[in-house]
Ligand binder design. Structure first.
Ligand code: PBG
Length: 331
């Protein structure tokens, strides 16, 4: 018997549903969700993605419809990723700078359909546009060069902002790109376009289905270990985050999510800035596979994991389950 028993019975407040509701410390709402969407060419096209059961690539018109659906569900923001046609991919990824590329057309279609009712987050990195599947420019040895890549990413970011993107999200992990993008946005008439930096992005085994979805998986030569972070490192993530904040990021991201809750927690405690988690493609696929294998109920697994991010301190979660979660939250 502890000294405090029976003065303290923690089960007292758990004894009824109303009391559990009253004592719940963490609340999740649809406003905590960001929905990543894959864009493909054509019109009226929906292409299911085998490694992401329940997720499809949509042509631009379908993306606009998904954005309306998101707004109706109270999801405040969508994230766009293009599946660039193979013939438009090149060594230097220059299709990323085309003002009429898939990404820019999708941004405009969403804006036409939804006006200012939804935020549009766009990914800055070259992997959906390169023939080698790397996020930047490669030298003869296959090394992704930093400064020349940053120069292209800056133009890519301005191209997206010109098309109407609200949040630029560099996912490339080059050094110095946040400052370069921030300066270019200021100089090109986009002072209110935000930057959500993929600050702590790990060289993870959880990205496989995403690479299928944007068609870069089969193309990828080598790995991304020379720019994405070593999965063993936590202090280094804090350095990345500190730099990105100093360089002008409005918010930071930790990616993947579930295996990095300590990083989310530390980031929030140490910096007090908005922190977002990306529950990535492999995490989505594992939840679906686990449910399909009868391990547990899909909805319960999903909501427990999402709540974990909130408890760790996130302002929101990028998740392919966003519409499912919003409906489960009563939207
Ligand atoms: C690439 C990028 C990746 C993801 C988002 N942007 C994959 C990668 O780094 O290879 C992964 C997202 C996911 O797995 O859901 N710039």
């Amino acid at each position: 018997m502890t000294a405090s028993y029976p003065n303290t019975r923690l089960r007292r407040t758990r004894a009824s549903a109303w009391s559990r509701a009253m004592h719940r410390e963490t609340v999740m709402t649809p406003a905590d969700l960001i929905w990543p969407l894959f864009v493909t060419g054509g019109s009226g096209v929906e292409e299911p993605i085998a490694s992401l059961p329940g997720v499809s690539r949509w042509s631009v018109d379908g993306i606009a419809a998904r954005a309306k659906e998101a707004a109706a569900l109270g999801i405040p923001c969508i994230a766009l990723f293009p599946n660039t046609q193979p013939e438009l991919r090149s060594d230097d990824g220059k299709e990323a700078l085309n003002p009429d590329n898939l990404m820019c057309r999708a941004i405009k279609a969403v804006r036409d359909a939804c006006g200012g009712d939804i935020g549009i987050l766009t990914d800055v990195a070259l992997d959906p546009y390169t023939t080698h599947g790397q996020d930047g420019l490669v030298d003869a040895s296959g090394y992704v060069v930093n400064d020349d890549t940053v120069a292209v990413l800056v133009d890519q970011a301005v191209n997206q902002a010109d098309a109407g993107a609200d949040i630029i999200a560099p996912s490339d992990m080059m050094d110095g790109r946040v400052r370069a993008i921030r300066m270019a946005l200021e100089m090109n008439g986009h002072p209110n376009v935000q930057i959500m930096a993929y600050s702590a992005k790990y060289a993870s085994a959880f990205y496989g289905p995403f690479r299928d979805a944007v068609g870069s998986g089969g193309l990828l030569k080598g790995d991304k270990n020379s720019y994405q972070m070593d999965t063993a490192n936590g202090d280094e993530a804090m350095r990345e985050i500190a730099l990105d904040i100093a360089e002008g990021a409005d918010s930071v991201m930790v990616k993947p999510g579930l295996a990095y809750l300590d990083i989310i927690w530390r980031a929030k405690q140490q910096f007090g800035v908005p922190v977002f988690a990306y529950q990535v493609s492999g995490e989505y696929a594992l939840i679906e596979a686990g449910a399909a294998a009868g391990v547990a109920d899909r909805d319960a697994l999903l909501m427990e994991k999402l709540l974990g991010f909130k408890r760790a301190g996130v302002s929101g979660v990028l998740t392919y389950h966003a519409p499912v979660a919003a409906r489960l939250l009563g939207a």
